[in-house]
Design a protein around this ligand. Structure first.
Ligand SMILES: Cc1cc2nc3c(=O)[nH]c(=O)nc-3n(C[C@H](O)[C@H](O)[C@H](O)COP(=O)(O)O)c2cc1C
Length: 328
């Protein structure tokens, strides 16, 4: 197991996502960490900032036809299709282990309709051990799965409906597959979201030209991994300027440098997704590396650096001048 840094040398890593409090900003992303059991041999689960298990739906879903995953250059394409056993099986078979892990548990939910989301929120409200809900209004792999994340008004109504059905903090996980993600984030804020999670996968496709067939059974899927980090950073940047609620950054995070890029751009916490497939110990490694990265910026707490990116042209000029001065 990775060792914890000594408390005296540790900066303050605590995070507030609205009413949701996390001990540190390193979370694991839905669909890439199973229901925790699979990862217990690799990561000290109680150290994680938060665990977001695979999205659950009101009823069991079989998911999409194979193939469901294809590796691409710098990424992974998936079309799992929200394969899960439904909320009741989750509560009975998965929740006890997840709660026992000791990390804040953020349950990811999805439905085909607004009423589905509200019913799930009502069912999970007051269940011991659940710290928050993450609304997956952004899955590209189910029919109509992204409608609520692509229509601002619907997104606002889903978040508001969930908010009125539960006391739990609510995170809205948004899709990058829209023209204006800032508008959707504003709608989530208006609906009462405590935070937004950015981003779910980017729609993509892989082709076997010799067979003249798409590689995925569902033809199109969602791209994740390092290939999408620049898109995720762009989304965090745009949303940061549009809303007041905190942002959870996700997309292509593999290294502590990636985490720091998200923090200075405006994310208060991050989720590690595809990287866990390539390197199952990655989340613990990032957590271990974070204090030294913060120390490099002279920061005593994570909060000191969130959203400190200098984007004004004057700042860019000054940085260029400094670089030139060092070069000459
Ligand atoms: C195989 C796979 C399954 C996923 N399943 C879900 C899911 O059930 N719910 C969800 O909100 N996101 C799901 N995602 C999206 C991830 O949580 C994350 O938003 C996305 O992969 C971008 O992060 P990454 O590049 O670090 O993987 C899935 C991603 C992958 C690769």
């Amino acid at each position: 197991m990775p060792s914890s840094p000594s408390p005296r040398s540790s900066p303050d890593l605590a995070v507030a996502l609205g009413r949701l409090r996390l001990p540190n900003p390193i979370m694991v992303a839905s669909g890439t960490f199973g229901y925790g059991r699979e990862m217990a041999g690799f990561v000290e689960l109680s150290r994680l900032g938060g665990i977001v298990p695979k999205t659950i739906t009101p009823l069991p879903r079989k998911g999409n036809a194979p193939w469901r995953t294809v590796e691409t250059s710098a990424g992974l394409l998936n079309s799992i299709g929200l394969d899960n056993d439904g909320v009741e099986a989750f509560l009975e078979r998965q929740l006890p282990f997840l709660v026992a892990c000791g990390a804040p548990l953020v349950v990811s939910v999805a439905g085909a309709t607004l009423d589905d989301f509200v019913a799930l929120a009502r069912r999970l409200d007051g269940v011991a051990g659940i710290a928050a809900l993450e609304l997956n209004v952004s899955c590209p792999n189910v029919s109509h799965g992204v409608d609520m994340g692509t229509d601002a008004d619907l997104c606002r109504r889903v978040v508001a409906g969930v908010r009125s059905a539960t006391e739990l903090p609510v995170l809205a996980k948004l899709t990058p597959n829209v023209t204006d993600i800032a508008a959707i984030a504003r709608a989530a804020q208006e609906g009462g979201a405590d935070a937004v999670t950015l981003i779910n996968t980017c729609q993509g496709m892989a082709v076997d030209w010799r067979r003249r067939r798409p590689m995925l059974g569902n033809v199109v899927g969602g791209l994740s991994g390092p290939a999408i980090k620049p898109i995720a950073l762009r989304c965090v940047h745009q949303v940061r300027r549009a809303v007041d609620i905190p942002i959870v950054g996700v997309g292509g995070i593999m290294t502590v440098d990636d985490c720091m890029e998200f923090f200075v751009t405006g994310a208060s916490a991050v989720q590690v997704g595809t990287a866990s497939f390539a390197e199952p110990v990655v989340s613990g490694r990032l957590l271990d590396a974070l204090p030294a990265a913060l120390a490099e910026l002279g920061a005593g707490s994570l909060r000191d650096i969130v959203g400190t990116l200098a984007t004004a042209p004057a700042a860019a000029c000054a940085a260029a001048e400094e670089r030139n001065a060092h070069a000459s």
